[in-house]
Design a protein around this ligand. Structure first.
Ligand code: ATP
Ligand code: MG
Length: 388
């Protein structure tokens, strides 16, 4: 899929902006705070209906304005679609999503219209932090190509919330309502099995593609990156029955603690380098390479499973990569419509088809100006270390 145009109105530090991006690599450079990440965030909004930032909807509308709009025209398999997101400040419930001018009622109706994969500095947390980020990574990836999965996820989450609310109540007040637990568990069992099936299938693909991408970027055969899926239901012949059995078994403990202790909401991805847990043993550079490999592998998985090539968003990816890794990264992304940000134009040496834009915000309003296209930009030599 190819983004043909992007229009922003009162979105973050943009007032009114239309961009007709290149089909290949689009490089955006500019000073800190100029609006580079904001642009990628707008694309993410149109793909998934929400920000990739934690602060999301509350602060997305330009300060002092009554509404904000992100609009993208995307071409997918010969079909042109317009995706519009209208936001109202400080009101999470007043977000309107339109596809070709028609308002949609559910997020699931927009899934797949525009698929994107984003890498931002926070994604280093995929390796360094706890399992919730890794589950989110899997869930976002699968939801983009499998609407049934997205629906199962929502059903499971809603069942889990109800079960947890009841558990908390039982812990505090005791007795009443305990007999309702099996009903909630029954409603969660089907979605739980669908989630585990979706995750198992994707991680199988991800494992090989992640390892291959890691090798391509690092250029090292001696570093073997592996991804595997950890779930209490993964080995089960009948995951629905296994889920119900695990729920029944943990019920008394769950009442004591007030939370549901087993199920897909406790799944994880194991990430290892040369068979060692990356979180414990990996260096900073290895962590960055692994996080980036997971995102680039996600591009390949989505293309393989969904038949469409998503749009790639790379935010501030260059900062810790050495010259060779940057060069290898460029060859990894050359097949994709990519939006890549950096602070200096010379951070990246591009070949082939690409376009370069300067992002500035002199008076607090972001402005994007195309600077050049098609010429190779020399890569800056790393500065001599200063030992003084
Ligand atoms: N709702 C808003 N209204 C107006 N300006 C906003 C709003 N939200 C964020 N901004 C401004 O947007 C700017 C941040 O933009 P962005 O995060 O895109 O910067 P960046 O170019 O990615 O910078 P860096 O290189 O530091 O990552 C800040 O100056 C911030 O004040
Ligand atoms: Mg930024």
């Amino acid at each position: 899929m190819i983004i043909q145009d992007i229009t922003l109105r009162n979105f973050r530090n943009y007032r009114e902006m239309t961009l007709l991006p290149h089909e290949g690599v689009n490089l955006f450079f500019g000073a800190n705070g100029s609006g580079k990440t904001n642009l990628l965030e707008a694309i993410h909004y149109c793909a998934l209906g929400k920000s990739h930032r934690i602060t999301g909807d509350q602060s997305a509308v330009r300060m002092g304005e009554q509404f904000g709009v992100c609009e993208i025209t995307v071409m997918t398999g010969g079909v042109r679609r317009k995706i519009t997101i209208r936001l109202v400040p400080n009101d999470l419930n007043k977000k309107t999503i339109l596809i070709d001018g028609k308002r949609i009622q559910r997020f699931s109706d927009m899934m797949g219209c525009l698929q994107c994969v984003i890498f931002s500095p926070e994604d280093l947390g995929l390796i360094k932090e706890g399992p919730s980020l890794r589950r989110r990574y899997l869930d976002m990836m699968i939801s983009q190509v499998n609407r049934g999965y997205f629906i199962a996820l929502q059903q499971y989450r809603s069942g889990l919330e109800q079960r947890n609310a009841l558990l908390r109540n039982l812990r505090v007040n005791g007795g009443t309502g305990k007999n309702l637990l099996p009903d909630f568990e029954q409603a969660m069992a089907g979605p739980a099995a669908a989630i585990v099936a979706g995750r198992s299938k994707i991680v199988e693909l991800l494992s090989d593609l992640g390892a291959e991408t890691y090798r391509n970027i690092s250029g090292l055969d001696r570093e073997e990156f592996r991804v595997s899926y950890h779930s209490s239901l993964r080995e089960a012949e009948n995951p629905e029955e296994a889920f119900l059995a695990q729920m029944a078994e943990s019920r008394e403990d769950d009442i004591r603690t007030g939370v549901t202790s087993v199920g897909p909401h406790r799944d994880d991805l194991n990430l290892s380098l040369n068979k060692k847990n990356m979180k414990v043993f990996a260096s900073q550079g290895q962590i960055r390479t692994a996080a980036l490999s997971l995102k680039l592998a996600q591009m390949k998985v989505l293309r393989q499973v969904g038949g469409e090539t998503p749009v790639l968003l790379l935010d501030d990816v260059m900062s810790e990569l050495d010259k060779n890794r940057r060069r290898r990264l460029v060859s990894e992304i050359s097949d994709y419509q990519t939006f890549i940000t950096c602070t200096d134009e010379s951070d990246l040496e591009l070949d082939g088809d690409y376009r370069v834009y300067r992002v500035s915000a002199e008076d607090g309003t972001a402005d994007i100006e195309e600077t050049n296209a098609g010429e190779s930009i020399p890569l800056a030599e790393p500065a001599e270390p200063d030992f003084s």
